[in-house]
Design a protein around this ligand. Structure first.
Ligand SMILES: [Zn+2]
Length: 231
């Protein structure tokens, strides 16, 4: 992979994670605000609910990301420790294994033997980590960084419908938050699709449709509870 493509792939990975986090923030907070607004509660109560949704959502994203990336880091560390042990106890077998990997990738047995030997002499664990276990520098898990990035992108996404809620009146909350949130979602979906080289319209409509479904569902529930509460 050329240097520029490597960086593009890395950038797209980050962008996709950021867009997904922001989408989550928009969909869950907009749906929450629309749900409680449809139940007819006061504007202040709607805002408090939205802020609580932002904080709880960001914390849960951070917790989920931290736990999943940490367990990935644990798995990687355990795999590397086992590999180091095998390299120490059965070096010939490990060298054959590496040679086998290169043959399966298309090298002639002689060339594969040479490459395996030289890479083993240079950095045996690095060669096995990369070519046998698929652990590359890029995948080096950073749980705290991932958790903070995930919480931040969620919070940024969630703050959009919240800002709209601050500036609109009680009677216009539902249509304003729904309309602007769908526009934010479509824009982000389109951007992510474009960055990934996919169709902008497909990317935009896919996330907007799911966002709309979530908002309709919470609006219906809010209406229902609003009616029940009035009795
Ligand atoms: Zn190995």
């Amino acid at each position: 992979m050329r240097h520029s493509e490597f960086h593009r792939a890395h950038r797209i990975g980050w962008l996709r994670a950021a867009v997904l986090g922001a989408n989550d923030g928009i969909v869950s907070t907009a749906s929450l605000v629309i749900g409680v607004a449809s139940a007819g509660i006061s504007h202040d109560a709607i805002l408090i609910t939205g802020i609580a949704g932002l904080v709880s959502g960001a914390m849960s994203m951070a917790a989920g990301e931290y736990v999943s990336v940490s367990s990935q880091a644990d798995t990687e560390a355990a795999d590397l420790a086992r590999e180091a042990e095998e390299l120490a106890t059965q070096p010939e077998h490990e060298l054959e294994e590496l040679q086998g990997i290169y043959i399966s990738r298309g090298l002639s047995p002689d060339l594969a033997a040479q490459v395996a030997l030289q890479l083993t002499q240079h950095d045996a664990l690095g060669a096995h980590a990369r070519d046998e276990l698929g652990i590359t520098e890029m995948m080096n898990a950073r749980p705290i960084q991932a958790a903070l990035a995930s919480a931040a992108t969620f919070a940024i996404g969630a703050s959009l419908p919240l800002l709209v809620t601050v500036f609109c009146s009680e009677s216009t909350t539902v249509p304003s938050v729904a309309g602007t949130s769908l526009a934010f979602l479509a824009t982000l979906g389109g951007l992510a699709a474009r960055a990934g080289g996919a169709h902008v319209f497909t990317g935009a409509s896919r996330v907007a449709i799911w966002g709309a479904l979530a908002m309709v569902a919470t609006a219906a529930i809010g209406k229902l509870f609003g009616v029940v509460a009035a009795y």
